[in-house]
Design a protein around this ligand. Sequence first.
Ligand code: NAP
Ligand code: SF4
Length: 678
Amino acid sequence: MTTEYPHLFEPLDLGHTTLRNRIVMGSMHTGLEDRAKDFDRLAAYFAERARGGAGLIITGGFAPNVVGSFYPGSSKMSTQAESRRHRQLTAAVHREGGAIALQLLHAGRYSYSPLKVSASAIRSPITPFTPIALTERGVRRQIRAFARAAGLARAAGYDGVEIMGSEGYLLNQFLAPRTNRRTDGWGGSPENRRRMPVEVVRAVRAEVGPDFVIVYRLSMIDLVEDGQTWEEVVALATEIEAAGASIISTGIGWHEARVPTIVTSVPRGVFVDVTARLKQHVRIPVVASNRLTMPQLAEEVLASGAADLVSLARPFLADPQWPTKAREGRVDEINTCIACNQACLDHTFQRKTASCLVNPRAAHETVLRLEPTRTAKRVAVVGAGPAGLSAAVELAGRGHTVELFEEREEIGGQFLIAARIPGKEEFAETIRYYARQLELRGVTLHLGRRASVEDLVGADEVVLATGVEPRIPQIEGVDHPSVVTYADAVLGRVPVGHRVAVVGAGGIGVDVSEWLTTGSSPTLDPAAWRAEWGVVDPDLLASAPRGGLVEREVDAPARRVTILQRKETSIGAGLGKTTGWVHRAALRAKGVEQLTGVRYDRIDDAGLHVTLDGGTGEQRLVEADTIILCTGQESVDDLAGPLREAGVTVHVIGGADVAAELDAKRAIRQGTELAASI
Ligand code: NAP
Ligand code: SF4
């Protein structure tokens, strides 16, 4: 078959192993790795991605020993029994024609164990407990553990291992002066600091022999103060190659870095130029990664010679069929990862099984099954937001006859608003995906039509996904002309002034504040994004300070914004662990005034009058031309009662079901689970 993406689908001959294409599924910790009882699920998860065409799958991280684990009892590969358990995983992938490598990840000071170790006894800013500095014997023990784990991986049928030398884990902790203050042969000079990772690769190669893939995941820019210089990174890459690595996979940024590297607002492919520069210094294949979301960009990266392979991680959660759909020219059918982190990384940090906001079956393949129905029904779905769309598409996919009613002229619901927020443009991809799936699965779509009871009584079952409307709080003067809802403001239905008060500081209040202060979207321009976050220009790498951080250049805010909430907690405290800090940093950078613990007194021509509690009871006027209500939502479910009275079976899902904590993750999961059950 010819394909639009010839570089992406060119096999890669590594001498002893041939990868069927250039697409690597990057490592992600799903949580299923930690318990033997979850290995059936883990095998099904990997098999589905191998069936979808991944060239090389990298597992989630497995520690080479107990002290390298994230927390007591988390995934490791250090015993024969553990190795035997993995045969199920490797066999599942090989049956589908794929290849799989085990990631060896020693957490070092990022471990949550009080017994953790590192190069020096310096505590990380993101985990508790100060690590124990390894003795010389201790260092050698860690190297032997890596080698032994690689041998066990080989015995388990893996095609290779990936040695995790990026994102700030143990090997980085040896490499950077930030974390390595040793004065023995493992610290001090750059040569000594890189001795640990180089000896790990050498020991692993000696253990596994020549015909086994060793991927080394290498941090190109640490994005922390006192990280490595570019010169040191290049020297490391050449020594890693000489020590026996088969492939270098390029990573960016330590976990403790205060620069986002994978969230939605990071421009697609923004780090590819750095990979291209590193590739000039080595002969082995190099992998590009981070925000390579769609096939066209991945193909361009390979065609330009910037890299030999591309690594996609979260896109494989969103759509296991990504490679097959790309190869067959069905790109408009790809369910695109929107880089929200809400169901993947945020779950991992909460020690919940990872999944995907846009694909709730991810890592739940054996639990959430969508098999063809034996009793096809006529199902009417009302509302084409995320909940209604997921229900309609999956119901039709199972063989039901589905009619979908949407009051507006377009599908998307709350995602139409989200897609307008700077840095959230990816949400439009989800709407595109559903639009295509509605066509492919033969859903009859009625746009611009408010469904009535008469429209629906003929259906066997009705799914109400009628969503929400913005909550109007009881504040004196709330009907003043300066007051608008977030929906009207963001959708451009009303003009917004220069001085703005944002009432309510949940996810939407924070998003709206970013939208108000950002003139144009920095996501469209990698150079503007780098300037905003203080990331070195790839052309200036050689002269950049350690860690690649430079002075930030933040554009002046487009408006003067004050965001308020009644709670005493800090603004944005309830946002996701992996994204909340990015939003908080953006608000600070744009000079958004933040008032918490307020009581709203009244609204008049001058603006919003509040009482600042905090014991003082001080009154304050927030001068504003526009006051935007981001005060949560109320469910819209008016049809439920009349339909039930008419004897119709009704299911209420999404925001129409529960408006509090309205959330697309729950909406899409609820729609999918309901579809699986009808
Ligand atoms: P929300 O998170 O429930 O926040 C509503 C805000 O309004 C709160 O700050 C609340 O703070 C305030 N509020 C509630 N009732 C009020 C009243 N009667 N009078 C005055 N203030 C009131 O809702 P949201 O911001 O609309 O977000 C909805 C959902 O969308 C979120 O739960 C999230 O799942 C999703 N979302 C997430 C993100 C993200 O993660 N970045 C972004 C957008 C949306 P006080 O009660 O303290 O005043
Ligand atoms: Fe991507 Fe969000 Fe799914 Fe994670 S949860 S894979 S970031 S779409």
